[in-house]
Ligand binder design. Structure first.
Ligand SMILES: Cc1ncc(COP(=O)(O)O)c(C=O)c1O
Length: 426
């Protein structure tokens, strides 16, 4: 496994050429929110617009042919990155839209069934009856919580959730949450607040024992570790391009082909149809069924370049690098008086999102002092309010590490926190 050459990596990211706040070097510790982009990704997107721009799957001309080829090549490349087939990968605006896609498929199937409509064979598993259950966890990002709350409210299904241990892990000691009524288990692979990496094998086993589908929110795992959907054994995953060096405005939903093929569409319109008459429409096979309208081809090409970039580094090396930084950060932070890590304090089954609170200091004040020194962190609830409340905090400061960070960045964070404490006299 190769060690990452951070200096060489940084040279690929134009943003690190600039300075911030009184000429400080940029210490970017907010990749959990969105990553920076290397010139390879920026060039790929620009090249698409400059040389091949056309609406994919629509024109009979050369540019349309080239644009379609580039778009479909991007699909295959991104699918391979997670060990999947291209036909099982759907492009969406972001992970949030991918999760809503599944939620609305359930809703649409349920509404049609209530009106006595004929559902295609296999679609019944998306029909929710009153009292059916959707199981999430207390550590979910709002993107993997609110759509399920909404779905339950509209259908009469019941939302249940797996609680968390003091240490910041899923509490699977009580498995009664998995019941005959559970239709879907929707959990995160890696918590964006706590850094916890969940035991997917255990979750899949429990879900299988009750016949439930499993959705994995892979926003914080696909960019950071090797992910193989076949090995994971889940039914769906979703993630966003912008957190893995790719452009904004593109995300992915992967689903097992036997599941996607029976799933009703979410957004309808052009490009997702098989045949249309004034009376009725039949829908195309996946992935097209879920990609109504002219898709984001330039972003797909950019995301594919991001995949190439990460493949060149090797995802095992990426994970190892982040593990090393996480260990250093946890060790450095542990020595600071009055600090409390929100999430596992050791680096076992843990990613690089490190959240903390400091006694006597508001996270926003910490973030502001760090920013004055060029250190970009995130403060607040990180779209995971229930998990914050579970640990009795209104907000945290969060540092997240990626391929362009090194031990100097960890040292800068620790020194910045001492400065904040000194500045506020705590
Ligand atoms: C774990 C997790 N899930 C879902 C999301 C939502 O991603 P997006 O806003 O790109 O749709 C995020 C973004 O921070 C996340 O960290």
């Amino acid at each position: 496994m190769a060690t990452l050459d951070v200096a060489a990596i940084k040279a690929d990211f134009p943003i690190f050429k600039r300075t911030v706040r009184n000429d400080h070097r940029l210490v970017y510790l907010d990749s959990g929110a969105t990553s920076q982009k290397p010139f390879q990704v920026l060039d790929a997107e620009r090249n698409f617009y400059e040389n091949h721009n056309a609406a994919v799957h629509r024109g009979a001309h050369l540019l349309a042919e080239e644009a379609t080829d580039a778009f479909e090549h991007a699909r295959s490349n991104i699918a391979s990155f997670i060990g999947a087939n291209a036909d099982d990968l759907v492009f969406t605006k972001n992970a949030t839209e991918a999760i809503n896609l599944i939620a609305y498929s359930f809703l649409n199937a349920t509404l049609k069934s209530l009106r006595g409509a004929d559902l295609p064979p296999g679609s019944e598993r998306f029909v929710l009856a009153e009292g059916d259950e959707i199981l999430v966890s207390e550590m979910e990002h709002h993107a993997n919580l609110v759509p399920w709350q909404e779905l339950c409210e509209k259908t009469g299904a019941v939302l249940r959730w797996i609680g968390l241990t003091e240490e910041g892990r899923l509490d699977l000691s009580d498995t009664s949450f998995f019941s005959e009524r559970t239709k879907l288990v929707a959990v995160t692979h890696q918590s964006n607040l706590l850094g916890t990496v969940n035991d997917v094998t255990a979750i899949v086993k429990l879900a299988e024992s009750v016949g439930a589908l499993v959705f994995l929110d892979a926003c914080q795992s696909v960019p950071h570790m090797p992910v193989d959907v076949v090995a994971l054994g889940v039914d769906f995953i979703a993630w966003s391009g912008h957190k893995m060096l790719g452009p904004l405005g593109i995300g992915c939903l992967w689903g097992k082909s036997e599941v996607l093929s029976t799933m009703p569409p979410f957004i309808s319109g052009g490009s997702m149809i098989e045949s249309v008459s004034m009376e009725r429409t039949t829908f195309a096979a996946p992935p097209k069924r879920f990609e109504a309208g002219v898709p984001m081809a330039a972003q797909a090409v950019g995301m594919s370049a991001a995949v190439d970039y990460l493949n060149d580094l090797g995802m095992a090396s990426v994970a190892q690098h982040e593990h090393m930084l996480t260990e250093a950060a946890l060790a450095g932070l542990a020595g600071i008086p009055g600090i409390r890590i929100i999430g596992p304090e050791n680096s076992i089954d843990r990613g690089s999102a490190v959240s903390f609170v400091l006694e006597g200091l508001h996270p926003h004040d910490v973030g502001q002092v760090l920013d004055e020194s060029g250190i970009a962190v995130r403060v607040g609830q990180h779209c995971a309010k229930p998990a914050c409340l579970r640990y009795g905090v209104q907000a945290t400061t969060r540092a997240t590490f990626y391929i362009y960070n090194d031990l100097d960045d960890v040292d800068a964070l620790v020194a910045g926190i001492y400065s904040a404490k000194k500045f506020f006299g705590v």
